[in-house]
Design a binder for this molecule. Structure first.
Ligand code: ADE
Length: 226
């Protein structure tokens, strides 16, 4: 799986991708990732990438030309399955979208900034618009990191224990059951007996019940979605 990420703040993204699972997935050759600084496509001596919006109003808008040049440069190298713009206006990201995207080969991500990007980029190139929630961040970089992380961890081989991504919250439309590790008794706070029983069937039933109960209490909306 290859990601090309267009950003005006590459430094914001280099951190999240050089640690933990994100780093491991790249080291294993399962995920590759390139950051493209939109300023390299900026106009004139000052490498301008944003301008005032037509019709007036606060906030700068990312210009059509640098973005268009960058996108077309990348399109000469690869065919993209999706060109995704991260925006609070987009469809809200969920696990089923993550799973579906994990089956693709080449994804381009566009991180917006300032007031937004010139609408013509969205009309001409973008195939999908995604939001990571109903709140506004300063740019699309953190959402892009969230998206790449969530996709990478479901690619087979990225996690050491392949089954673990499938037992994540949301993978089956439910929240996860609680988990415990040693010691089995800390200050009298005990781990549920069933988990120490060695009875796999009983453990599985307990986890399923806990998952359902938790979902009912915390996220009943998820049960209605099924
Ligand atoms: N850019 C700014 N806020 C965002 C959000 N909530 N999701 C995706 N991209 C964004």
């Amino acid at each position: 799986m290859h990601f090309d990420i267009i950003t005006c703040q590459p430094d914001l993204l280099s951190g999240p991708f050089s640690h933990s699972i994100m780093k491991r997935s790249q080291d294993k050759g399962l995920v590759s990732l390139e950051l493209h600084d939109i300023r390299d496509y900026g106009l004139g001596k000052h490498r301008q990438i944003d301008d005032y919006q037509y019709g007036g109003g606060a906030g700068m808008v990312m210009m059509v030309e640098p973005l268009s040049n960058c996108i077309e440069h990348l399109q000469k190298e690869r065919d993209y399955d999706e060109i995704i713009f991260l925006t609070p206006d987009g469809e809200t990201l969920n696990q089923s979208t993550v799973n579906r995207l994990s089956l693709q080969h080449n994804i381009m991500l566009i991180c917006g900034h300032y007031k937004g990007i010139d609408e013509r980029i969205r009309e001409e190139y973008v195939t999908m618009e995604l939001s990571i929630g109903d709140y506004v961040l300063s740019g699309g970089e953190l959402p892009a990191a969230v998206l790449v992380d969530s996709i990478s961890r479901v690619i087979p081989g990225v996690l050491n224990d392949g089954s673990s991504a499938l037992s994540d919250s949301h993978q089956d439309g439910l929240l996860s059951a609680p988990v415990y590790t040693r010691p089995s008794d800390y200050r009298g706070w005990k781990v549920p007996e069933v988990l120490l029983s060695g009875n796999d069937r009983a453990i599985e039933t307990w986890r399923r019940d806990q998952s359902l109960e938790r979902t009912k209490i915390r996220r009943p909306d998820l049960l209605n979605d099924q």
